[in-house]
Design a protein around this ligand. Structure first.
Ligand SMILES: [Zn+2]
Ligand SMILES: [Zn+2]
Length: 321
């Protein structure tokens, strides 16, 4: 008579399903030992038919199966251990016996199997800081920090983040144009310009840092301020061989520089034109000691030129060896 062991019934290879959280995200972890950083994706939202994944932080690309988190692997292991232990206990249970003692000095032997398999270890995903929908492939993913590569198509999200911030500036401009209160209009236009400058400064610093390894002197990249456009132009030329004036044209470059200097006057001189402003911009339309004038159309044009400048710089940095 042959015995069918429960243990033998467990398949040698199994697929343990991992379920996404209530928010639709499935945790992932970069397999590169220097990285091992955590991110999340929503399965089914990006490219179909690919079997690789890319780390949004370091850009490392590998088969999707290599991106399981430590918690997910521990969960899968515990599913198997629970199955094996359960089967072993059943098998042992089938071997229980009881031989009672016989005769005057007989010794009885028995075996009784007790115990239960360990419970399956669960896992939960972590909260992250920035949710992104990739412009190029529509993958929904979440990361620590702000900037990263799309895990599906590899597109860097920096321009998408810049666009989101420039849209905020455009919303303020729309409010300004709709307002019939001159003081409120002036305030909103100034703030819309301020939002453009901050968005571009934050974007520029982060992108230069991300590509610092390609600079002629990576240590100096951290200090580039994009609030001063001519200063940034000189440093970008020196560090990355990028010509910001050529990228948008000298006329547009000078207009953006003037708008940035106007914002400086608003932020640090109560909006009153000083000698530094006139020297830096050569603005014939402004008078020393008078309030600087910022038109909504000027902010709109600045935003559009910044977007072109950013796209050109991102393409240039991406193409560097
Ligand atoms: Zn990585
Ligand atoms: Zn993508």
């Amino acid at each position: 008579m042959s015995t069918t062991w429960n243990l033998e019934q467990i398949p040698e290879r199994q697929t343990i399903p991992l379920s996404a959280g209530a928010d639709g995200y499935l945790g992932r972890e970069c397999p590169q030992s220097e990285c091992e950083r955590y991110f999340k994706i929503t399965p089914g939202t990006g490219l179909s038919g690919i079997d690789t994944c890319r780390c949004p932080y370091c850009g490392f690309e590998e088969h999707q199966g290599q991106f399981h988190t430590k918690d997910q692997i521990a969960h899968a292991r515990s599913v198997i251990v629970t199955q094996v232990m359960g089967a072993m206990l059943k098998d042992l249970k089938g071997m229980e016996f009881n031989h009672p003692p016989r005769g005057a000095f007989g010794i009885g032997i028995s075996m009784k199997v007790t115990g239960s398999p360990p419970p399956v270890r669960g896992y939960s995903e972590l909260d992250l800081e920035t949710e992104v929908v990739c412009d190029a492939c529509t993958l929904r993913y979440a990361i620590y920090g702000v900037f990263g590569y799309c895990p599906d198509c590899g597109t860097h999200n920096n321009l998408g983040i810049l666009d989101a911030n420039l849209r905020r500036s455009a919303q303020m401009l729309a409010l300004a144009v709709a307002s019939d209160d001159p003081a409120l209009r002036e305030y909103l236009v100034q703030n819309a310009l301020g939002a453009c400058v901050s968005a571009f400064d934050g974007w520029g610093r982060a992108v230069c840092e991300a590509f610092a390894a390609k600079a002629t002197d990576p240590k100096k990249v951290k200090g580039i301020s994009f609030q001063n456009l001519t200063g940034a132009r000189d440093k970008l030329r020196l560090m990355f061989g990028f010509d910001a004036e050529a990228a948008v044209g000298v006329t547009d470059f000078n207009s953006v520089h003037r708008a940035f200097q106007k914002r400086h006057v608003v932020a640090h001189r109560m909006g009153v034109v000083d000698a530094d402003y006139l020297k830096s911009t050569g603005d014939a339309g402004s008078v020393l000691g008078r309030k600087v004038v910022i038109e909504a159309a000027e902010v709109d044009a600045t935003s559009a030129a910044l977007r072109r400048l950013a796209a050109a710089l991102a393409a240039h940095l991406g193409g560097l060896p």
